[in-house]
Design a protein around this ligand. Structure first.
Ligand code: TYD
Ligand code: MG
Length: 429
C-alpha cells in the first residue's frame, strides 16, 4: 500500500515476512518428540542455598533458571532472608542483590550486622526496569534477588511503581531474562493483611515457586511453599530471628511446644504431626462456649474449619457431648498450620477436654485419624512419631493400632481403636 489508511502518510509501510498459516510445523525436520528415557538430567541443575531449611523448602536447593516469589508481611524478615541467601549460596558465579527499598549503605549496614562477608555480594539500588535489566546483563549473576517487585517500574507504562500492570510487566521481563540466562531469580513481594491492591498475588501464576514467610510465636519464622514446580509443597522451613539475622532452629521438633510444667489446662492436647518430611510436636488448644444467638460457629485458622466441624459432629454422635449449641475456637500453638490427618484424634480429645472442662494429664501425646463412625485409623510413620515423642520426654502416646499387627509397640504406647476408648485412655493419669 502506498498510503497509510490510518495516518495518511505516504510510503510508510515496511515489508515483514511472516509464516504462512497452514505451513506451520510441516517443513522442519526436527519436529520429533524425544523418548523420555533418553533425556539427560543433571543434578548440577540445583545450587546449595547455604541453609538446609531453605534447600528443604525449595525441594533440594535452588533450581538454576527458576523464578521464586517470596511473599510476606512488611518487617517479617524477607530482606534479611534474601541477603543471607545471596551470601550463602554455594556456586562459583556472581550473586546480585537489587534493592528498590534500601540504599547500598543501608544494605552494607545490615550485612555487617549479619556478619556477612560483603565482598561476596554485589548490590545495586535501582527501581527502573531497563536499568536493572542492564545491570543483570552486565553481571550475569547465577542468583539475583529483586527486593521488592512492588518498587520496580517500567517507563514504557508510566512511572508509578506498584500498579497491577507495572508488577505484571516488570515481573514478566525479569522472568524472561532469568530464563534466557539460566539465572535463579528471587522476587520479594509485600503482602499486608488489609487492603492490598496490587499484591504479589498477581505474579503467582507466572513464577515457578511461591514461598510465604510467616511469623510463628515470638521470634520463630516459618517459610512455607504455596506452589513449587520443582518439588513438594509440604516442606516447611523453620528459622529464628535473632541479633545476627535468621538462624536455623536446632531442635525443630519441639519449637512449637509451650513446655509447661505440671498440669495443663483443659482443651490442650499435644500431637506429633508429620509436616513435610519431619515430625513436629504441636499443641492444639480448643475452647467451647455457649453459642451466642443459638447458632454454633467454628473459629479456626490453623486447622481447616471443616475438619473441626466434622470432629465436633463425631464427638457429639459417639461420645454424647453437645457441640451443636457451642461456639468453637481452635488454635495451634506457635502459629503453624496443620493439615495432616493424624491431627484428628488429638483435635477430638482437645475439644472433648475443653467441653467437659477436664485436662488431659501431662506428658501425654496423641495421634490418629478418625472416621465418621468414630473409629481410630492408623497413621503413617508411627515409629518415627513414637521416637520423637519419646525423645521429648513424654511418658505416653495415645495412638491408633499399628498398621501391621505384628509390630511390637513399646510400653508407653497406648493403642486405641475407637474414639470412646481414646477418651477413656486419654484422661487416665
Ligand atoms: P527485614 O528483613 O527488613 O523485613 P522485611 O524485608 O520483610 O520487611 O527485617 C525486619 C525486622 O527484622 C526488623 O524488625 C529488625 C529485625 N532484625 C533482627 O531482629 N535481627 C537482625 O539481624 C536483622 C537484620 C533484622
Ligand atoms: Mg525488606
Amino acid at each position: 500500500m502506498g498510503r497509510c489508511p490510518e495516518c495518511g502518510s505516504w510510503n510508510s509501510f515496511e515489508e515483514s515476512v511472516g509464516k504462512a498459516s497452514g505451513q506451520k510445523g510441516r517443513e522442519r525436520a526436527d519436529s520429533f518428540p524425544t523418548p523420555l528415557s533418553s533425556i539427560q538430567t543433571k543434578e548440577t541443575l540445583r545450587l546449595d542455598s547455604g541453609t538446609e531449611e531453605m534447600n528443604r523448602v525449595l525441594g533440594g536447593g535452588i533450581m538454576k533458571g527458576s523464578v521464586t516469589l517470596l511473599a510476606g508481611e512488611p518487617g517479617i524478615g524477607k530482606s534479611t532472608l534474601m541477603l543471607q541467601l545471596v551470601a550463602g549460596v554455594q556456586s562459583g558465579g556472581r550473586t546480585l542483590y537489587i534493592s528498590g527499598e534500601e540504599s547500598p549503605a543501608q544494605i552494607r549496614l545490615r550485612a555487617d550486622r549479619l556478619g556477612i562477608q560483603s565482598s561476596r555480594i554485589e548490590v545495586y539500588s535501582e527501581t527502573e526496569l531497563s536499568a536493572l535489566l542492564r545491570v543483570c546483563e552486565n553481571v550475569k549473576p547465577v542468583v539475583v534477588v529483586l527486593d521488592s517487585i512492588q518498587t520496580v517500574y517500567s517507563e514504557d507504562i508510566g512511572s508509578v511503581p506498584g500498579t497491577v500492570n507495572q508488577i505484571k510487566l516488570c515481573a514478566q521481563e525479569l522472568i524472561d531474562w532469568a530464563k534466557s540466562r539460566a539465572a535463579a531469580l528471587f522476587l520479594v513481594g509485600h503482602v499486608t493483611k488489609e487492603g492490598y491492591i496490587a499484591g504479589p498475588k498477581v505474579v503467582e501464576h507466572m513464577v515457578d515457586t511461591v514461598l510465604y514467610f510467616d511469623s510463628g510465636s515470638a521470634e520463630i519464622r516459618i517459610l512455607h511453599c504455596a506452589k513449587n514446580r520443582f518439588g513438594s509443597v509440604d516442606e516447611i522451613g523453620i528459622f529464628e530471628m535473632g541479633e545476627r539475622g535468621l538462624q536455623q532452629v536446632d531442635n525443630p521438633a519441639s519449637v512449637f511446644l509451650s513446655h509447661r510444667v505440671g498440669e495443663q489446662p483443659p482443651g490442650v492436647a499435644v500431637a506429633p504431626v508429620y509436616e513435610g518430611s519431619r515430625i513436629l510436636l504441636v499443641e492444639i488448644q480448643s475452647l467451647a462456649v455457649p453459642a451466642k444467638g443459638g447458632i454454633s460457629r467454628v473459629f479456626s485458622e490453623r486447622i481447616d474449619t471443616a475438619r473441626v466441624s466434622r470432629m465436633a459432629a463425631v464427638l457429639e454422635k459417639h461420645l454424647k457431648v453437645r457441640f451443636s449449641d457451642q461456639d468453637i475456637y481452635v488454635n495451634v500453638g506457635g502459629g503453624i498450620r496443620i493439615s495432616e490427618v493424624g491431627v484428628d484424634l488429638p483435635l477430638c480429645l482437645s475439644l472433648y477436654s475443653a467441653r467437659i472442662n477436664q485436662p488431659i494429664p501431662p506428658l501425654t501425646a496423641i495421634v490418629g485419624e478418625i472416621s465418621l463412625a468414630g473409629e481410630v485409623h492408623p497413621v503413617g510413620y508411627l515409629d518415627r512419631r513414637l521416637k520423637a515423642v519419646q525423645e521429648m520426654g513424654f511418658s505416653r502416646l495415645i495412638s491408633p493400632p499399628p498398621k501391621e499387627k505384628k509390630l511390637q509397640l513399646p510400653d508407653f504406647c497406648f493403642p486405641v481403636s475407637s474414639l470412646a476408648e481414646a477418651a477413656r485412655s486419654g484422661f487416665q493419669p
